[in-house]
Design a protein around this ligand. Structure first.
Ligand code: PEP
Ligand code: MG
Length: 564
């Protein structure tokens, strides 16, 4: 047995699939064998063509049209001649020649100020990336089509890799690097997939291992488990099933404390199909729709139409219950290859979320219009991530108004009084909450980011994970300041970071008067059970004690001792 750190609970059994990534840095090299490089390029190009043909055969409608256009493009010799010349004449390696050759064509297209040409430039970049991925042998494992009961073993699994996973066939994830608050871990928890991290020299450890049993709660991994070990894990699995069955009675009821204080209990989702879990746990709405997964799931920017259908589907299925759609929150640990964003020294402090959207207004407006249009089909709210200054909020509101006017002109229906709120996940905004509350309709506290920015500890960095403390008195004060600021101005305050579903934290949040809790669907029923057992007066007393504490440890000890 080996032991790591469990960051998503549950028991899993399955066959090991090692996912190895190479260093994707494209180096300029002088090729010793030009013919070999030319051959490598041609094979990669043919493989990309074959992939496009296969996707074309499986698709229909608009997707088929897009794929047909792609195929014509990839078969056009003018697209590849530059790369071939760079290999023949400059003796560059295939990877570097592809990057240079294709970029030259992209730049030519980009110079022509025409929407159609700009789209083609994007397609060419996409084809270039596909060829380079083939040259790096990156896509020899298709993560979106996995054999049944697969346990993914990888040094690190990026958020976009995880978004592609064929979740129904994944029994577990094991990595060397991974943070409890990374989006990979959040997605694993959403899909109830056990996840263990901090297994060093991981590919060596699992090299000859075929079958694994794992327990995501305590981080134990059994390599080719014996019958006894398997039985021990099966027993734990049985207990989890029993606990889940016991929670069934908390379905379809309101979430009210013992002394009659009602709160909203909502779910977080990433892609429209997550809605099934939301309906199953009878959450009272969607408090966070992380739309970036729609963008990650796609090979190119989803169109306004595609986004509209995705948001409409969710709005309709929720039948009038709130659906809070968050605008694109990309950057940080969420990468979208086709956006070709420059690498940054400090991505979490960089060009991400609303900053990127306000710098790419046309792209932003596509999403806002899609959300507005979907609002005609349900109780949709708009939520803006990573707001750090009032100017960003004001600029965003102007853009939303422009989009509304565009729809008005075309007589396209939308919810005229749609509510616009912000995520409070940056300390500057939490401190200024009262001011922000005057200019928006609601708050949702994003603790995952709020903690990292308050204590200056990157959320996915396992080396300093011990310092990433939700119990830090400064974090507690900022949460309270945000809730109080909202209430002073009469707007509601929710929370959609992981803390909202943390049983130790919930009494404190009830005591502070949080109006809405949004979390992974698999946490909803246990949270409803807990809240129904709480007394708000007792929780308020807890807040009075904790708010004046000095250290994380003190806060943690007190919250762990809190008796319902
Ligand atoms: C958060 O930061 O708490 C949050 C909910 O957003 P994300 O995890 O997607 O950054
Ligand atoms: Mg966030």
């Amino acid at each position: 047995m080996i032991k790591g750190k469990g960051i998503s609970k549950g028991v899993g059994f399955g066959k090991v699939l090692i996912v190895e990534k190479q260093d994707r840095k494209i180096k300029k090299e002088i090729a010793e064998n030009i013919e070999k490089e030319l051959q490598r390029f041609k094979i990669a190009l043919e493989e990309v063509q074959k992939d496009i043909e296969e996707t074309m055969e499986k698709s229909s409608g608009t997707e088929k049209e897009i794929m047909t256009a792609y195929l014509m493009l990839v078969q056009d010799p003018t697209l590849t001649i530059e790369t071939e010349n760079l290999i023949k004449n400059s003796k560059y390696n295939a990877e570097y020649a592809t990057e240079e050759g294709f970029d030259k064509i992209v730049k030519m297209f980009e110079k022509i100020e025409d929407n159609y040409m700009a789209e083609r430039a994007r397609d060419i970049k996409d084809i270039k990336n596909k060829i380079i991925a083939k040259l790096f042998n990156e896509d020899n494992i298709n993560l979106s089509q996995l054999p049944e009961k697969t346990i993914i073993v990888a040094k690190e699994l990026t958020t976009s890799d995880t978004a592609k996973l064929d979740f129904k066939n994944v029994s577990g994830i094991i990595t060397e690097i991974g943070g409890v608050n990374s989006h990979t871990a959040i997605m694993a928890r959403t899909h109830s997939i056990p996840f263990i991290t901090e297994i060093y020299k991981i590919t060596e450890v699992f090299n000859d291992v075929e079958y694994i049993g794992m327990n995501g709660s305590n981080g134990e991994i059994y390599l080719n488990p014996s019958k006894d070990e398997e039985n021990k894990l099966l027993e734990i699995q049985r207990k989890i099933f029993e606990e889940n069955n016991e929670l069934e009675k908390y379905k379809n009821i309101e979430t009210i404390t013992k002394d009659g204080f009602k709160v909203e209990l909502l779910s977080n989702i990433g892609i429209p199909s997550d809605i099934n879990k939301v309906l199953d746990c009878t959450a009272e709405g969607i408090g966070l729709f992380r739309t970036e997964f729609l963008y990650m799931d796609s090979k190119q920017m989803p169109t306004e139409e595609e986004q509209f259908f995705a948001y409409k589907e969710v709005a309709e299925k929720m039948q009038g219950k709130p659906v809070i759609i968050r605008t694109l929150d990309v950057g940080g640990d969420k990468e979208i290859k086709y956006l070709n964003l420059p690498k940054e020294e400090n991505p979490f402090l960089g060009y991400r979320a609303i900053r990127l959207c306000l710098d790419n207004i046309e792209m932003f407006k596509i999403q806002i219009r899609a959300i507005l249009k979907a609002s005609a089909y349900g109780n949709v709210f708009i939520m803006i991530p990573m707001i750090s200054s009032i100017e960003e909020l004001r600029r965003t509101k102007e853009i939303v108004e422009q989009c509304k006017n565009e729809l008005n002109e075309k007589n396209i229906p939308y919810k005229k009084d749609i509510k616009l709120g912000i995520m409070v996940e940056i300390p500057s905004t939490a401190i200024m909450a009262e001011k922000f509350a005057k200019e928006c309709d609601f708050f949702s506290i994003g603790t995952n980011d709020l903690i990292q920015y308050t204590v200056a500890v990157e959320r996915g960095n396992e080396k300093i994970a011990g310092l990433y403390s939700k119990y830090h008195p400064a974090v507690i004060k900022l949460i309270k300041c945000t809730i109080d600021g909202a209430h002073k101005e009469g707007i509601f305050c929710g929370m959609c970071g992981e803390v909202a579903g943390d049983s130790k934290f919930i009494p404190l949040l009830i005591g502070m008067g949080l109006d809405e809790f949004s979390m992974n669907s698999n946490k909803v029923l246990q949270t409803r059970k807990l809240i129904t057992q709480l007394d708000r007066n007792e929780c308020e007393k807890l807040v009075q004690e904790v708010i004046n504490m000095t250290s994380s440890q003190e806060v943690k000890d007190r919250m762990e001792k809190f008796k319902k």
